[in-house]
Design a protein around this ligand. Structure first.
Ligand SMILES: [Zn+2]
Length: 545
């Protein structure tokens, strides 16, 4: 942490001084020093003040207006003397050049260049200091973000002592790229940098916001890995030998299990492959997953042993294995065939190893795990294809989680498992809420209004206690009293939770607590308070009273 925090201070421009804080740089860069390509830490002749002058934003050029992102890469590469293709490949490896409208990654990185602002990696601050641009602009403006990425790469290059000649050589930038990823461990840094050099070798092409295409032609690369060449990236997983092993920090998971494993949870990383593995190795993250799969080729890295409890799905952690897939829920280009196939092979292995049924009740998305507020893997994840590859039952996922300690007010724009439950219940009740995806959009709104109208409730499209009560109680109306049990009791308990705004255990057993809740409901609604749920009490619940 000290290293990362010191970084920003060391690169602050020092007006009137040619070589800012040389001694300080030497010490704060102790960690990276072994990776220098030369025996001495030769500070580059270019001062940061000079860099600042060179990096003034380019004047508006009418010829650039048609291709603003390409122009931004060209200008930033030129200003900071970073190879343009390298700059593009770093951004592409991080985000596929999608800025996600300024939303941060899991590791709190922003924009197409993924400028990071987390407790141990602070390239956003470093970019602000090197460019003079403010952090908000660097986060949200793509041109500024690209300039910031170039400035950070250049500052690392200077710290590592790259000469002007070396800066013109793609292969010499390898240790710089390795630092940019922010990995705590050299093996993970190497995973990150190798990905960038693979992209350079293969070439890349991305259609970016606004419709222009940003491309890099394939080039022959022979990256000079320096000390990273000996980093152990070949250590294999013991649980799943095709996978690499890069252990998460012990602060980010629990040793052992409190329940048997019977579920695989499918996630999407909201960040890059190496960035995610690195984040699990960072004690500040407090998250982990068992496995992470790379988009480009399906490479698998294990971070937590199957026998240990990774922190990926809150209440679902105890009984599940979490698989992260490199990508972003809003960007379908990450979901490659290589990744699907690799993931399916892993899931087949896990199912055989742990006796997990190959169906959608046991192979679930993060969004389907009770008590979570994430939406991954999102609408671009192809469940039918995945289940076909897994060789399992491609059928419907079955009822989603319906049991919650409180039922939140939901409206257009709401997301998460309670929306999933809502959509499922609306479909069960003859409304068409569309795909059950945990996203409250127009189709869900129309279905809510349709249901409200049918029940004589105010058709405002907002799901509050009354609409929840009607939805949760819908169905058969057997007479229930103390000692009853089964699905109808669970339905009653959910409906009472919503109607009374009190948390009631939802266990399908009509005991004293349920009886007390029924009595409270009956007396507050002017019904005979006998704790017996007969036709009148059911009618009141199903009308949303
Ligand atoms: Zn997730």
């Amino acid at each position: 942490m000290a290293w990362a925090e010191g970084w920003g201070r060391a690169t602050r421009p020092t007006p009137g001084r040619g070589h800012p804080a040389t001694a300080k740089r030497r010490s704060v860069f102790r960690r990276s020093a072994p990776h220098r390509r030369h025996g001495t830490l030769a500070l580059a002749g270019v001062t940061l003040a000079g860099l600042l002058a060179a990096a003034q934003p380019a004047m508006a050029d009418p010829a650039e207006a048609a291709d603003p992102i390409n122009a931004a890469f060209a200008d930033a590469a030129d200003a900071y003397q970073v190879p343009r293709d390298l700059l593009v490949a770093v951004g592409y490896g991080e985000t596929r050049l999608n800025d996600h409208d300024g939303a941060p990654s899991h590791a709190r990185g922003y924009g197409v260049m993924h400028l990071v602002d987390n407790p141990t990696h602070r390239t956003l601050d470093a970019a602000a200091e090197a460019t003079g641009l403010d952090a908000a602009e660097l986060r949200s403006d793509t041109t500024a973000n690209i300039e910031g990425g170039a400035a950070v790469l250049r500052a690392y290059a200077d710290e590592l002592g790259l000469t002007a000649e070396e800066r013109a050589d793609l292969d010499a930038w390898y240790p710089v790229v390795a630092l940019y990823g922010g990995a705590e461990q050299d093996a993970t840094a190497r995973l990150y940098a190798d990905t960038v050099y693979d992209l350079l070798g293969d070439g890349l092409s991305a259609v970016v916001d606004g419709g222009e295409t940003v491309a890099v032609d394939p080039v022959t690369v022979n990256p000079e890995r320096g000390d990273y060449a000996s980093a152990d990236v070949g250590v294999l997983s013991e649980d799943y030998p095709p996978a690499l092993w890069a252990p998460a920090h012990s602060a980010n998971y629990s040793a052992g299990r409190t329940q048997d494993i019977d579920t695989v949870v499918i996630h999407v990383t909201q960040g890059s492959y190496a960035g995610s593995i690195s984040w699990f190795q960072n004690p500040a993250s407090q998250v982990s997953a068992h496995y992470t799969i790379r988009s480009s080729d399906g490479e698998v890295t294990q971070s937590v042993r199957d026998r240990d409890t990774a922190w990926h799905a809150r209440g679902g952690n105890a009984y599940s294995i979490g698989i992260e897939h490199e990508g972003w829920v809003d960007e379908p280009s990450w979901f490659t065939d290589a990744m699907y196939r690799s993931s399916a092979a892993l899931t087949r292995h896990l199912a055989a190893e742990h006796g997990i049924p190959l169906d959608r009740q046991h192979i679930v998305g993060h969004v389907e795990v009770p008590g979570n507020d994430h939406t991954d893997p999102g609408p671009h994840w192809d469940w039918d294809y995945y289940m076909e590859l897994v060789g399992g039952d491609p059928g419907e996922p079955g009822p989603p989680a319906l049991d919650f300690p409180t039922y939140q007010t939901l409206r257009d724009g709401s997301t998460g498992p309670q929306v999933t439950a809502l959509q499922y219940l609306l479909n069960q009740n003859g409304q068409n809420a569309g795909t059950v995806d945990g996203q409250f959009g127009p189709a869900t709104g129309a279905a809510v209004r349709g249901f409200q109208t049918a029940k004589g409730l105010t058709a405002d499209g907002v799901v509050g206690p009354r609409t929840w009560t009607a939805l949760l109680s819908a169905g058969s109306t057997p007479t229930l009293s103390q000692g009853s049990s089964g699905e109808a009791v669970s339905r009653l308990q959910r409906a009472l939770t919503a109607a009374l705004g009190e948390t009631l255990a939802i266990d399908g057993q009509f005991g004293p607590n349920t009886a007390a809740a029924v009595r409270e409901y009956q007396s507050s609604r002017g019904l005979g308070a006998d704790s017996i749920v007969g036709p009148q009490t059911w009618a009141a619940l199903q009308a949303g009273r």
